[in-house]
Design a protein around this ligand. Sequence first.
Ligand SMILES: [Zn+2]
Length: 317
Amino acid sequence: MKRFAVLGAIVISGITAVGVTAQGLPGITEIEHISGNVYKIFGAGGNTVVFVRENDVVLVDTKLPNSGDAIMAEVRKVTDKPIGMIINTHSHPDHMGSNNQISEMSGSGVQVIAHINTERRMEAATGPFGASQVDTSFTDRMTLGEGADRIDLYYFGAGHTDGDAWIAFPAARTVMAGDIYAWHMSPLIDPGSGGSMLALPTTLTRAYYGMRDIDHVIQGHGGVSTWEEFRSFMQFNRALVAQAEATVQAGGTPEDALEALDRAPSFAVFLDHKLKPGLEYGGTPWSRALINLRVVFQELRGEEPQLIMGVEDPHQH
Ligand SMILES: [Zn+2]
């Protein structure tokens, strides 16, 4: 709970959903068309995906608390249909914070869906915003609807948390990855919510080979990647864990492992020293790689892995 509180503290106080939040996080920006009936709204927490079905609208993730009005204002730019369903990628408050508000605004009948481990966390009422109801959960895979309305939900294992759902829209050849893939850099690992750096490469590999015909990967925060970019992200995280294992065996440090990874030119984008424009919290890709090496070292040594929000990047520019 202590670790969850650390993450909650980032987003707990005085939130506004438009412009810049009270924490200085970027506010909501104009809804963007991604592909087919899939749109994305950036800001005020994680990305919100908007999927327009024949009779209603499905939202994936609902940002920080009190973002409901701003989200709905963007949805209304593309459709007048009612919200029928909310799917949450995981239990962090910057992804499900406005579930209750949007459900209330939309009247009864908004169905909330999440992975079973996420359901348990959302309903436990131990987070900074209290409980949030989940109506339907899934364990490995679930398909909703058909044709243009079809949604495939997948769970491939732990990474960012132990409830990271992947939400695919086959007609749009698009998947929403959630925070297991954010900002095209190694993801934040939240061990207090069951996250694991050691598990991450296997989870990403299962996702890469387990989903078919995807062209667009929407990240939990930040932008949209190609399937090929997602593959390079998978390969980097696999290399990071492999390098950590080799370095632990050789008696080295996370810094030694990072130096070895830095020698591979193909990994440059994942070890960059520039802050991503619009980044809400955390540091450079290089600092996240070092954090995740520290986390996986803890896991490999049988220590309890810790949530590490930031380390200094001496070369940040
Ligand atoms: Zn998260």
